[in-house]
Design a protein around this ligand. Structure first.
Ligand code: AHR
Length: 328
């Protein structure tokens, strides 16, 4: 059993927050630095595009309540401009700490600089930014998406070991420009590249959404005469694609092998039923670590610059065993 659900803090450089403790508000702005002594956290979420995201939002809300942190939560509906305006709103409110899961990697420097100038520490969760100036944020908590792509590719290489015929792979990518889409694509491509018979014949975004996964898979099925494998960057797109595969009269998991990422309940159920063949885990349960980091940053304590989520993979048998106690 290779699966692990726990989340661990890995050793590495300790970054002492230059901003820590500077986020106290004068208490005059709405929601800012609670007069009652409560820490106020402004959080901008990507949206509600997938089962993973729903579980992540629930984890953050539950952990904030348990930690006694006042959460100002905003759903950016998948739009970077909404996240930028959320962050500006949090600065105006003088919250103690800002956290967000960036929709895409680029274009954050200006607003992060505004937060820094206002003395409000920022924590990234789930997804990274490509800012060269890493002093713009205190810590980044989340998975290694490239490793996830590598695990998916390595499983495929093993699955076709010793077979020489061409294997046609179609890929459903996550949101264009997002860290998980970029890294899961690269990790997978790198892992299979020594095997020229494993060919990615089509690769297109399904925006991490079930409906888009279905639509794009329909076009793949119409344009590619023989599809052997589907690699979907998340469960939801894989589940949408399964609907398209069935509608085309094919058997998911048999006529077309399917690899996905996340391991949310719906994905695990399809894996246990043999409609998905392999899932790489990406844990959405980041809430507790975020709240611990928020408290440390607020207290001026050193925090790890990179807090990595520990996660495993699931085969059909492992999914069957894990499902009865699966929480999300
Ligand atoms: O950033 C994490 C990814 O975003 C998840 O894998 C996907 O399901 C979600 O929408």
């Amino acid at each position: 059993m290779r699966r692990t659900l726990s989340v661990a803090v890995f050793g590495g450089l300790l970054a002492v927050s230059a901003l820590a403790g500077c986020g106290d508000s004068d208490g005059g702005a709405e929601g800012g630095g609670g007069d009652d002594g409560q820490i106020v956290l402004g959080f901008s979420q990507v949206g509600a595009e997938s089962g993973w995201r729903t579980a992540n939002t629930e984890s953050i809300k539950a952990s904030a309540t348990a930690a006694g942190i006042k959460l100002q939560f905003s759903d950016a509906q998948g739009k970077q401009e909404n996240q930028i305006s959320d962050i500006r709103g949090f600065i105006t409110q003088k919250v103690d700490v800002i956290a967000f899961s960036p929709v895409v990697t680029s274009g954050w420097d200006a607003v992060l600089k505004e937060a820094k100038d206002a003395g409000i520490p920022v924590i990234l969760t789930d997804r990274a930014v490509d800012s060269q100036d890493t002093s713009l944020y205190q810590s980044f908590i989340g998975s290694d998406f490239k490793v996830e792509g590598t695990k998916a590719g390595e499983w495929l290489v093993k699955e076709y070991e010793g077979k020489t015929g061409d294997v046609n792979i179609v890929e459903l990518q996550g949101t264009t420009g997002s860290a998980p889409a970029i890294d899961r694509q690269t990790g997978f491509a790198d892992a299979i590249k020594a095997n020229p018979n494993l060919k990615i014949v089509k690769s297109q975004t399904g925006d991490f959404k079930r409906a888009d996964g279905k639509t794009v898979m329909e076009t793949f099925l119409q344009s590619v005469p023989k599809i052997d494998v589907l690699y979907a960057h998340n469960d939801d797109m894989g589940l949408g694609a399964i609907e398209a595969i069935k509608a085309a009269g094919k058997k998911p998991g048999q006529d077309i092998k399917i690899i996905t990422v996340d391991a949310v309940k719906d994905g695990m159920t399809a894996l246990a039923a043999g409609e998905i063949n392999f899932i790489v885990e990406c844990s959405p349960l980041l809430g507790d670590q975020l709240m611990e980091t928020v408290k440390a940053v607020k207290d001026g304590k050193p925090v790890e610059k990179r807090i990595l989520t520990k996660e495993g993979t699931f085969t059909q048998e492992e999914a069957k065993a894990a499902l009865p106690t699966r929480k999300y």
